[in-house]
Design a protein around this ligand. Sequence first.
Ligand code: NAG
Ligand code: NAG
Ligand code: NAG
Ligand code: NAG
Ligand code: NAG
Ligand code: NAG
Ligand code: NAG
Ligand code: NAG
Ligand code: NAG
Ligand code: NAG
Ligand code: NAG
Ligand code: NAG
Length: 549
Amino acid sequence: MVLSKYFLFATLLMALVQGDDNNPTGFLSIDCGSLDSSYVDETTGFTYHSDEGFTETGENREIVNAYKVQLQTNERQFRNVRSFPEGIRNCYTLKPTLGDQGTRYMIRARFMYGNYDNENLAPTFDLYLGVDFWDTVLTQHAWNRVNKEIIFFPKSDDHLYVCLVNTGHGFPFISALELRPWVDGNQTYVSKSGSLGLFQRSDLNPAIDQVMRYKEDVYDRLWSPLTGDNRFVPINTTKGNNITKNIYQLPSPIMRTAYEPNITIHDDNLGILIDPSNSSAPLLYYFYFHFAEIQELRKNESREFTISINGNLTHGPLVPIYLVTNTVISTSGGTNSDGKIHVWLNRTQNSTKPPLLNALEVYWLTEFTQQETNQADVNAIQNIKSAYQVTKNWQGDPCAPKAFLWDGLGCSYGGNSSPRIISLNLSSSGLNGVISPYFSDLTMLQALDLSNNSLSGTVPEFLANLSSLRILNLKKNKLEGPLPSALLERSNDGLSLSVDANVMGNLTPPPTTNQTSSSAEDWCRKNKFVVSLVASVEAFLLQFVLSTS
Ligand SMILES: *[C@@H]1O[C@H](CO)[C@@H](O)[C@H](O)[C@H]1NC(C)=O
Ligand SMILES: *[C@@H]1O[C@H](CO)[C@@H](O)[C@H](O)[C@H]1NC(C)=O
Ligand SMILES: *[C@@H]1O[C@H](CO)[C@@H](O)[C@H](O)[C@H]1NC(C)=O
Ligand SMILES: *[C@@H]1O[C@H](CO)[C@@H](O)[C@H](O)[C@H]1NC(C)=O
Ligand SMILES: *[C@@H]1O[C@H](CO)[C@@H](O)[C@H](O)[C@H]1NC(C)=O
Ligand SMILES: *[C@@H]1O[C@H](CO)[C@@H](O)[C@H](O)[C@H]1NC(C)=O
Ligand SMILES: *[C@@H]1O[C@H](CO)[C@@H](O)[C@H](O)[C@H]1NC(C)=O
Ligand SMILES: *[C@@H]1O[C@H](CO)[C@@H](O)[C@H](O)[C@H]1NC(C)=O
Ligand SMILES: *[C@@H]1O[C@H](CO)[C@@H](O)[C@H](O)[C@H]1NC(C)=O
Ligand SMILES: *[C@@H]1O[C@H](CO)[C@@H](O)[C@H](O)[C@H]1NC(C)=O
Ligand SMILES: *[C@@H]1O[C@H](CO)[C@@H](O)[C@H](O)[C@H]1NC(C)=O
Ligand SMILES: *[C@@H]1O[C@H](CO)[C@@H](O)[C@H](O)[C@H]1NC(C)=O
């Protein structure tokens, strides 16, 4: 049973590796700020794309040469960055390409400042995944490589926003964005609820002092080398690459090496101190201990140990099996009184050998609770944005979070339901062309201000279908009459409608002579039009009088 499950996932993974573009299906790799539109990465063999088309703002910058020459061959993505000197929130829009809800993804954002702006001030800024705060990016030094990674279920299969938010500590920037589907039948890195953000992923006693990733790791996790001091004794096996994998699919080169405690210096126990002081304070940590026995023990030898976190015994006694990967998961709430997490692997009394550890991952649980804007509203406003090539800084989710509401939009926020767009003000926004039918897709709209643009054509009847609409301002455009009667009816029924006089002019055969706005007014007056509206729509009268004075 276990075996057949393993084969199933192995086959699935094999299938994934057959994607287009050199990339396994659903893998998306973006080299932010790259000047090459695409290239094949030497280490992974993945095709990396430039971020053209994934973001609308920011500028390409190059890190300074002194840092560029220090990069390993598998770190090409750090050579360029995209920097965002303008605006508070700037976003990337990705599409989870497997396209069915229920697929988990791992997303990774990578940052290396590299003094690209010659300011020698490594910035700190916030990162959002969609509408939710993800983490703070603290770059600290020009040479630091910062990775933010999270395993999550996308809220929508239509779009995935990754947003960088300027918090007043330098301009946000980004080096790379990597999206990986996590197709494992929900077997690994499962949390009760929420998503798992990576805190640390370490290869203890690394065979080479370099980050390991794809192709060694089918999931393209990044394994950071963790080199211990003389309190740790490095051990390894020469028994080749054949360490039996479990569902976590740890690469053999990671499992082939491990640390034991240096019993001459300390005692028989292996301690790991985790300092989360610079990360947002999560409530729950998930620990993944990966181990395999890599020494051939004699008959009279044994290795047995317990795992405890902050003094709480979480597992044991455990006996690693020779050349077989075993993964043990522990959760721990919070830190000790010293602000740190103390992990101990302690030898049991019966054990002749000290504990060992091959690899360790620490995640923190994060709950993404913010609601995204109603999908139909998102589609409508996106269509409006592209129809008129709106040049406002309209990025990420339109309504959420509230602090980053799109300029010109008003939204309603109702507890557990999706925010809805209830007002749209595109006055003086340089709009050309006819009034787009997409406006009528914003079905909750209460106010629409399109005044002072160059909109042409007639006023469309579909605007009358917006049943909540109370304010409609179309003044100072190049619109023509006639005004649809349905809209006129609405204006008798509480809609404050503002249009230029000439639009009114076409209600019945207009004056064919040399027409001015005042002749249109005369005409309207003759038709008792204004009079009939006075009682119900003060706003309209006000606008009308103003335009003709
Ligand atoms: C994984 O979990 C999600 C959410 O609970 C579910 O929609 C999906 O069907 C699951 N996938 C598999 C393969 O079980
Ligand atoms: C494995 O251990 C031996 C000593 O026991 C050492 O000489 C060798 O360099 C180690 N190899 C690796 C890859 O760590
Ligand atoms: C273990 O500790 C002793 C005493 O400090 C030291 O001489 C030895 O080099 C250490 N072993 C390793 C592998 O660092
Ligand atoms: C790996 O295991 C297979 C059998 O499972 C064996 O034939 C092969 O020699 C092993 N390779 C190494 C390098 O140990
Ligand atoms: C936390 O941030 C401070 C200030 O940037 C830095 O000095 C310190 O080394 C950081 N601590 C850790 C554990 O990263
Ligand atoms: C195990 O037996 C070997 C001899 O076969 C001996 O040298 C060694 O000290 C013994 N180890 C332990 C822990 O008793
Ligand atoms: C240790 O275990 C106790 C009892 O299960 C629990 O109340 C406490 O929160 C745990 N402490 C940590 C640091 O996990
Ligand atoms: C594990 O060992 C350390 C160091 O020897 C000790 O401080 C700690 O109390 C031990 N933990 C348990 C649960 O025995
Ligand atoms: C430890 O050894 C004692 C005696 O040698 C034995 O009775 C006991 O079952 C062992 N305990 C474990 C956990 O193996
Ligand atoms: C739209 O915005 C302009 C300023 O940009 C403002 O004068 C006008 O009152 C707004 N319209 C509505 C309906 O709020
Ligand atoms: C109308 O728009 C133009 C630019 O499109 C702007 O210069 C002007 O100030 C706007 N007028 C009003 C009244 O907002
Ligand atoms: C409108 O009439 C004025 C004089 O009353 C004349 O100067 C102007 O050319 C006419 N315009 C058009 C478009 O006929």
